[in-house]
Design a protein around this ligand. Structure first.
Ligand SMILES: *[C@@H]1O[C@H](CO)[C@@H](O)[C@H](O)[C@H]1NC(C)=O
Ligand SMILES: *[C@@H]1O[C@H](CO)[C@@H](O)[C@H](O)[C@H]1NC(C)=O
Ligand SMILES: *[C@@H]1O[C@H](CO)[C@@H](O)[C@H](O)[C@H]1NC(C)=O
Ligand SMILES: *[C@@H]1O[C@H](CO)[C@@H](O)[C@H](O)[C@H]1NC(C)=O
Ligand SMILES: *[C@@H]1O[C@H](CO)[C@@H](O)[C@H](O)[C@H]1NC(C)=O
Length: 419
């Protein structure tokens, strides 16, 4: 009895100790970064071409051989199945750590200088033509032929001869997951003065030894957690004029059963702002739609059907906006009061009382991380099935389950046994 309570107490202490690690110093980050990392699935990246934003897909590998040395391979595709490669970039160089992010504590802006090697391969005729049109040299680009541009000019990228490629990105590590920066809804890359405002879906160690779950295991695990955003997520959204814009949200997701869900989404005006403008809450049902292992082993397709919808305006400005366009039969909104919008006309959201919100999504669970599918780049819903995406969105974490390092537990057990 005494022994038991001691063990439980010790474990509680251990859990508290581990949960306490929220942020990290630059030195801690440098220590953890030395590893080989890869994308978890093909990553969906918005790319603006003139007036439209299209989906591109990316697979990344980043090896950090020393805290200041990297080697990377980035492959871009124009299809979600990863068959149609458009460009490949391979680079080797040095990292210079800049400042800590002012919006994500413990994340650091890094400068990547490709000073040892930068090799580009173009895989489509369109790209070869586009590069050659801007090239005034006598050495034209050839499809599928790698070109070492370490010290060469690349007009398409405004890169001059004898100038190295330089890229900026955020680095953040939590548990055994590497996060880099997220681009905005138009795919704009970060710069030194405009660091990323969010984190991407994480990269995992190259030697991934986490076993994928069966559908039954996934159902069992997911109902035992409340899954929430680590930081504000960057997403495509629509502004008041129905124009594409970047929005900032946090999500909290839970499953009362393996065929029902609850989801709260809070909307923020920008990444740094901590005051939510409104909260949407949805309760509904989940229909399993089959194996999605083509995206990542262990993932499942599922349709989310919203049965109940609630809206809480969180500031007077939003309340006033909603009330200025109030449909018949809807009571005026009040700040911080949850309104039941189920089966009501809601023109501000483009909904009528007969609309049923459905999404053909993805579900994936890995350790203490839960994932849904990436959002379509046009900010619409992934419905019907043809609009489904085949990449993962940012991860949601169940704070109740920290990942225990096996080594730590084993050594801890040994201490307990010795006592
Ligand atoms: C990273 O390291 C692994 C293992 O050493 C190697 O197979 C892979 O090619 C490396 N990737 C890059 C981008 O250097
Ligand atoms: C592959 O790319 C070509 C040219 O960019 C395009 O015409 C074709 O539709 C793509 N195929 C798939 C499966 O996306
Ligand atoms: C790359 O830059 C680092 C840091 O400035 C330097 O130590 C290294 O020698 C450079 N490598 C090459 C190949 O220029
Ligand atoms: C590319 O060129 C750079 C500098 O000219 C050279 O140091 C590097 O080894 C080359 N990379 C490869 C893979 O040949
Ligand atoms: C919200 O409205 C729907 C439809 O009228 C109803 O089924 C549901 O019970 C309501 N929710 C609450 C909490 O009253």
């Amino acid at each position: 009895m005494k022994n038991n309570s001691f063990t439980i107490l010790s474990f509680i202490t251990l859990i508290i100790m581990m949960n306490g690690v929220q942020t990290q110093t630059l030195d801690e980050l440098k220590e953890k970064i030395v590893n080989e990392w890869k994308s978890l699935s093909l990553e969906l990246i918005p790319n603006q071409i003139q007036d439209t934003v299209v989906a591109e897909y990316q697979r990344r590998e980043w090896n950090f051989t020393q805290e200041f040395e990297f080697s990377t391979k980035i492959e871009n595709f124009n299809d979600y199945s990863g068959k149609n490669r458009t460009t490949s970039i391979e680079g080797v160089g040095v990292i210079t750590f800049q400042s800590e992010s002012d919006v994500i504590k413990g994340a650091y802006l890094c400068q990547f200088t490709f000073n040892k090697s930068a090799i580009i391969t173009l895989h489509t005729d369109e790209l070869v033509n586009a590069f050659n049109q801007l090239e005034n040299g006598d050495k034209p680009w050839v499809k599928d032929q790698p070109r070492n541009v370490t010290t060469l000019a690349v007009p398409v990228f405004n890169k001059l001869a004898n100038q190295f490629f330089i890229a900026y990105d955020l680095i953040y590590i939590k548990d055994n997951y590497l996060y880099m920066g997220e681009v905005d809804a138009f795919g704009n890359e970060a710069t030194q003065t405009q660091p990323p405002k969010g984190l991407c879906a994480p990269l995992i160690p190259l030697n991934d030894d986490v076993e994928s779950l069966s559908l039954e295991e996934l159902k069992e695990e997911m109902i035992n957690g409340v899954w929430s955003s680590m930081t504000k997520e960057i997403r495509p959204g629509r502004d008041a004029n129905n124009q594409l814009t970047t929005i900032y949200i946090t999500r909290e997701l839970w499953f009362p059963t393996d065929s029902t869900f609850g989801l709260k989404i809070n909307f923020f005006p920008d990444q740094g702002n901590t005051n939510s403008q409104m909260e949407l809450e949805m309760l509904g049902s989940l229909i399993w739609e089959g194996d999605a292992s083509s995206v990542v082993p262990g993932a499942q397709f599922a349709q989310f059907v919203v049965d109940q919808l609630y809206l809480t305006p969180k500031n007077d400005q939003f309340t006033a906006n909603f009330n200025s366009n109030l449909p018949q039969g809807v009571e005026p909104f009040q700040t911080n009061l949850k309104a039941n919008m189920t089966a009501k006309d809601f023109p501000a959201f483009g909904l009528t009382k007969n609309d049923v919100i459905k999404e053909n999504d993805l579900v994936y669970l890995r350790q203490n991380r839960f994932y849904l599918g990436a959002r379509p780049v046009d900010a619409g819903r992934p419905y019907p099935i043809e609009r489904r995406t085949y990449s993962l969105a940012d991860d949601l974490i169940d704070p109740e389950r920290e990942i225990f390092s096996t080594l730590l537990i084993v050594s801890y057990m040994l201490i307990l046994i010795n006592i």
